[in-house]
Design a protein around this ligand. Structure first.
Ligand SMILES: *Cc1c(COP(=O)(O)O)cnc(C)c1O
Length: 375
């Protein structure tokens, strides 16, 4: 079967291989069968190993949902009674974490910082010092809206210095930028299958310290479907997800993990870097400007400022590229008009070079000046 190959430059879901797509076509199976359970057990261990965790200390808990479910689960499940969450917030995804705190009515501090620079560690430490009731510190590794990378290793070290648990949203770095839960001081991280491991949407996972999950059994229960201990405990007792898993998505993820190990952590990161450099080279040639300083970028997302050209129309350019198999994506910053080009997925340098031919044609087609005009 021939499947059209689209190059997705949006921040997930990402372009997948045909072998991952086809892995979803399997005989019907009831996920309560042992065969299915043992597949998930192997997968959980592999997910821990991707971030170099020891499976005696760290575990992976699977959920059916998009990546946001992980943020919800970690925050609502890991806050003890009478304690507070600190969200180190310099972007849209940490703002989402703040909104989750608000929805559950959980005591929290929204430590808002500029969205175009890495988190201010002195301010983080000052806040921790002044608020000894902070039990959980949360932040985002790669703020996917801008492509800003946060210094998680140092934020994690501060959290631990003040006795707090560190949860980090690694949805847009996991299985791309190398992460080590030990070196990076991570108690909990998370991702969804459609990003770094290049599988399908609908499967998400939290990777974290087993001892803390066990302890959280005594913490207030704020959600039924989205409770970390409940899901963990069910997995441990039965080998199954508490409720119906996304069966075919899990088969795709299994194949994607096989391909992850075959490519290897180092080679995969080198490929994403190649793609990222090619995106920068293409943009530079046309005269586009970035939102985030190059040295602060995650190496996975390029956030580009709209030209000040009366003929610029993002949707027209988008549609022109889309019709030719390339998807570009709007930005996520309220103050500046931007679009994004991302280095996720099963793509390589050549795909980016092919993209820029089409992108340039689109600019010419709509009489947008090259080099790009900025006032
Ligand atoms: C993609 C992403 C998520 C999950 O978003 P969904 O819309 O639920 O898929 C969470 N955090 C970050 C940093 C992301 O990039």
């Amino acid at each position: 079967m021939e499947i059209k190959r689209n190059i997705l430059l949006n921040p997930g879901p990402s372009t997948t291989t045909d072998t991952v797509k086809m892995a979803q076509i399997v005989p019907d199976i009831c996920p309560r069968e042992k065969e299915f359970g043992s597949m998930m057990k192997g997968m959980r261990d592999e997910l821990v190993k991707i971030v170099h965790g020891n499976t005696d200390e760290y575990t992976a808990v699977l959920f059916c949902g998009s990546g946001t479910i992980n943020i919800d689960i970690c925050l609502n499940s890991l806050l003890p009674e009478g304690k507070k969450i600190l969200v180190v917030n310099n972007g849209a995804y940490s703002t989402r974490a703040v909104e989750i705190c608000q929805y559950y009515g959980m005591p929290h501090i929204d430590l808002k910082m500029p969205i175009d620079q890495p988190a201010d560690l002195e301010l983080v430490e000052k806040t921790l010092k002044e608020n000894p009731d902070i039990a959980l510190v949360h932040t985002t590794h790669n703020e996917t809206g801008t492509g800003l990378l946060n210094p998680i290793r140092r934020i994690g070290a501060l959290a631990h210095k003040y006795g707090a648990v560190f949860t980090v949203d690694t949805t847009s770095t996991y299985a791309m930028r190398p992460i080590s839960v030990y070196d990076d001081n991570i108690d909990f991280c998370m991702a969804s299958a459609q990003k770094g491991i290049m599988a399908m949407t609908g499967l998400s996972f939290v990777i974290g310290r087993t001892d803390i999950i066990k302890k959280s059994a005594e913490y207030p229960k704020r959600s039924y479907y989205c409770n970390l201990f409940l899901q963990y405990d069910f997995f441990e007792k039965t080998g199954e997800m508490h409720f119906t898993p996304p069966v075919q998505t899990i088969y795709a993820a299994k194949q994607a993990l096989k391909e992850y190990w075959a490519e290897g952590e180092e080679n995969k990161w080198a490929r994403h870097t190649r793609v990222f450099e090619a995106i920068h080279a293409g943009l530079e040639e046309l005269g586009f400007r970035n939102v985030i300083k190059r040295e602060w970028q995650s190496g996975l997302v390029v956030s580009v400022i709209y030209p000040d050209d009366p003929n610029w129309d993002f949707m027209k350019v988008h549609d022109y590229c889309y019709e030719r198999g390339f998807t570009i994506y709007p930005g996520k910053i309220s103050t500046t008009n931007t679009f994004r080009l991302c280095a996720l997925g099963a793509i390589d340098k050549q795909d980016i070079e092919d993209f820029f031919k089409v992108f340039k044609e689109a600019l010419e087609r709509y009489n947008i000046s090259i080099p790009i005009i900025y006032k």
